[in-house]
Write a protein that binds this ligand. Structure first.
Ligand SMILES: *[C@@H]1O[C@H](CO)[C@@H](O)[C@H](O)[C@H]1NC(C)=O
Ligand SMILES: *[C@@H]1O[C@H](CO)[C@@H](O)[C@H](O)[C@H]1NC(C)=O
Length: 228
């Protein structure tokens, strides 16, 4: 009797332990793939610096792939024992420089930006994507989407003109099949402009899904799309 209840307790503890391990190894429900328009990053109060490799092309650049929870919260900086190691993505450097360019000042080669993204966000999805695959998968998801083409096909061009939020959302939904979320910032004269585009990716990072929840915030009713 005594032995029986002890082993019962032991099994319960084991089960509890594996549940805890499972829940800490994947403490998120989906990802946001976030891309930024360089013209809007630069055309703001803070300004920008081109990377040491030169001015990026006139295209959306990756900001990051961010694990998120259905309740809108997100895990952050999950494993300081696995810091960013540039040697793990040396095969991706050329693509990183063109698709994931840094715009922060002072001018630099991008390693600080990529390291920040891995340390803050990537370490929270380690159970799904190791360091190399976190960056490689993000690059291939970006390639599948082609946001600039989706917008220009609908007549929405980076020419300094203003567009409605619904026309931007609709253009991306038509091209990709999924509803994006649009984040705006302000230019130095307080015009609302198209800053970042969020789409959602399933928790195994295999493809796009409708977003379980959108971030908070809103754009002005008419949104400038600055040139770059
Ligand atoms: C954190 O990183 C270390 C070193 O790579 C690894 O051994 C460990 O399993 C990681 N922890 C989690 C929770 O993924
Ligand atoms: C942009 O400017 C407006 C008006 O001053 C302000 O209410 C809003 O918070 C600003 N938006 C951002 C993203 O800074």
């Amino acid at each position: 009797m005594k032995i029986q209840s002890n082993s019962y307790l032991f099994i319960k503890l084991l089960t509890l332990h594996s549940l805890l391990v499972l829940s800490t190894s994947q403490d998120f429900d989906f990802f946001y793939l976030v891309q930024q328009w360089p013209g809007s990053y630069c055309d703001s109060k803070q300004g920008c610096c081109y990377p040491s490799t030169g001015k990026p092309t006139s295209d959306f650049g990756v900001h990051g792939l961010w694990p998120n929870r259905k309740d809108g919260s997100y895990p952050s900086s999950c494993n300081s024992s696995n810091p960013f190691d540039a040697s793990k993505i040396s095969d991706l450097t050329g693509r990183m420089q063109s698709e994931w360019p840094t715009l922060s000042c002072p001018s630099n080669n991008g390693l600080t930006f990529w390291g920040h993204e891995w340390n803050k966000h990537g370490t929270c999805s380690e159970s799904v994507l190791n360091q190399h695959d976190y960056f490689a998968t993000t690059l291939s998801l970006k390639k599948k989407l082609n946001l600039l083409k989706a917008l220009t096909t609908a007549g929405i061009k980076p020419n300094g003109q203003k567009y409605s939020l619904s026309s931007i959302t609709t253009a991306i939904k038509q091209a990709s099949g999924y509803t994006p979320w649009i984040e705006c910032n302000n230019d130095s004269s307080k015009n609302s402009q198209l800053y970042q585009i969020y789409v959602c990716v399933d928790s195994s990072a295999s493809g796009f899904i409708e977003c379980p929840v959108f971030p908070k915030g809103s754009c002005g009713s008419s949104i400038e799309f600055p040139s770059f």
